[in-house]
Design a protein around this ligand. Structure first.
Ligand SMILES: C[S@@+](CC[C@H](N)C(=O)[O-])C[C@H]1O[C@@H](n2cnc3c(N)ncnc32)[C@H](O)[C@@H]1O
Length: 209
């Protein structure tokens, strides 16, 4: 938890309590339904919470904006972002029901009112969002194909509406066709070695009406 405060010192009391509660909620639920690996559960704040919050170092989601987390799994990056931006509406989607069971329990345990979950493949979603966030779900070309048509027309942020994807390693091949993509190196924000090769990829996407 100190790790979160080190990089996000201005959290409210409510947010601090919610971040603190994450550990016991995930420990309990992970025993019943395994959504986070054992090693990762021991380093929940570093590998999941702080990693998810890298998106909050790139953008401050506005009140009333809409964000979808595609392939949220156990709730990453959606849950930490929903705690960080309580006035933003988060839609967490996954094609595996048992993972969303854990997410629903965590959402209830934290008392989050800005999160809705849907058990479906993202291709079936017919709504639009300011931003679509994700981690470890699909290579960029597949992902772009899935979310095309799901980006809202109205721009509410300085950063253009589109995809914010947490990715790692050498992305030059995967992103070679996306000239408008911007890469934010997580070492700009965090000093832990875990983040050394990790990035947030911002890919602006046009509204397709
Ligand atoms: C490796 S997990 C990553 C989970 C989470 N984002 C994280 O980083 O901890 C990938 C997740 O994407 C989900 N997924 C894969 N394809 C999907 C699709 N087309 N629509 C919705 N969810 C999908 C899987 O069910 C799985 O839970």
């Amino acid at each position: 938890m100190q790790l979160i405060l080190k990089y996000f010192p201005d959290l409210s009391e409510d947010q601090i309590q919610q971040f603190q509660k994450l550990e016991s909620l995930y420990q309990d639920w992970n025993l019943k339904i395994n959504v986070v690996s054992r090693k990762d559960i021991d380093e929940l704040y570093l590998r999941h919470v702080l990693h998810s919050l890298a998106i909050a170092k790139v953008i401050e989601f506005k009140a009333g904006s809409k964000v979808m987390d595609v392939g949220t799994g156990g709730g990453f990056p959606g849950i930490p972002l929903a705690i960080m931006f309580p006035e933003t509406q988060f839609h967490l989607v996954d094609s595996i029901a048992k993972k969303l069971k854990v997410v629903d329990e965590v959402v209830e345990g934290l008392g989050l009112t800005n999160v809705k979950t849907t058990h479906t493949r993202v291709e079936e979603i017919n709504d639009t969002y300011d931003f679509i966030v994700s981690r470890a779900v699909a290579a960029m070309p597949t992902f772009v194909h899935w979310v095309k048509g799901k980006i809202a027309k109205t721009q509410n942020h300085n950063l253009k509406n589109g995809i914010l994807y947490l990715k790692g390693g050498d992305l030059s091949e995967e992103l070679k066709d996306y000239r408008t993509a911007t890469l934010y190196d997580l070492t700009e924000f965090y000093s832990e070695p875990f983040f050394e090769t990790k990035k947030v990829v911002h890919l602006p996407m046009k509204f397709k009406g």
